[in-house]
Design a protein around this ligand. Structure first.
Ligand code: ADP
Length: 258
């Protein structure tokens, strides 16, 4: 039961009077569990055929005669980009269900943040993406973290900066050291987020419901995953934004030695 209102307590801190609304959230909880189970099941089923599809695309891309055929080569690059996008989405769904069942596992290794950012950015240099992406590598900062998961966080933030863009405005990435932590920022000059929506963007399944955002598809799990994954690494994640001007998403990770 969720309670919203005022309670009066006695000296033993026992509530003796309550005025407000009591809401039964059992059904809501059950609904969420059903939704999560369904997502987990569908994602598992989709993973196998998608892995095969990805392998076939790779085989075709490696075929010599395709390289001399510009149209086929360009089509295959587009196909590969879309298959990767779908694989990323399915992995996100699987991570949501792993988080739910407490089965998320971190495979921590040492790596340089600059290297990971460059690697993630490379995946965005497909001909279909017109947004200019700027990154000037910062100092060499070594972290001990799950490289794949942090890559997923950076990928989600850059994908959003591109998705909620306006007229191909540039997206900038940066990385610096502050109070013994690595700080990674992704800033855009896109739609921005209204003040009332900003505190909710990291909630699961939360999507801003305004005129501009409504036509942009999504599930509202990208930022939720970023939040969970960064907190699992003992880091913090923040969103700053001005409606109509743009947004800055930044997160911190503890540095290996300081
Ligand atoms: P999705 O993009 O699938 O809806 P996310 O969890 O990634 O889910 O984001 C939640 C919401 O936060 C989005 O629906 C969008 O309204 C808002 N949002 C996220 N990133 C940005 C951004 N860079 N600029 C403007 N709005 C954003």
């Amino acid at each position: 039961v969720r309670a919203k209102g005022k309670a009066l307590f006695n000296t033993d801190l026992q509530a003796i009077r309550f005025s407000g609304i009591l809401q039964d959230i059992t059904e809501q909880k059950k609904d969420e569990v059903r939704k999560n189970d369904f997502i987990a099941m569908v994602s598992h089923e989709l993973k196998t055929p998608l892995t095969s599809l990805k392998a076939y695309v790779q085989v075709l891309m490696r075929k010599a005669n395709i390289k001399s055929d510009e149209f086929s080569a360009a089509t295959l690059i587009k196909l590969d980009t879309q298959v990767n996008k779908m694989a990323g989405l399915i992995n996100s769904f699987l991570d949501v269900s792993r988080l739910d069942s407490g089965k998320i596992h971190l495979d921590k290794k040492e790596f340089l943040i600059n290297d990971l950012i460059l690697e993630v950015l490379e995946t965005f240099f497909a001909p279909v993406i017109i947004t200019p992406l700027h990154f000037k590598p910062g100092p060499d900062l070594t972290v001990m973290a799950d490289r794949e998961k942090i890559g997923q966080v950076i990928n989600n933030l850059v994908s959003n900066a591109i998705k909620y863009n306006v007229g191909g405005m540039p997206v900038a990435l940066s990385c610096h050291k502050e109070d013994g932590k690595a700080i990674i920022c992704v800033s855009d000059q896109g739609l921005g987020i209204k003040e009332e929506d900003l505190p909710h963007v990291f909630e699961r399944f939360y999507r801003v419901n305004d005129e501009q955002g409504r036509s942009i598809s999504g599930f509202g799990i990208g930022l939720y995953l970023c939040w969970e994954l960064i907190h699992f690494h003992d880091g913090e994640i923040y969103a700053e934004s001005e409606w109509g001007k743009g947004s800055v998403f930044s997160f911190s990770l503890p540095l290996i030695s300081d």
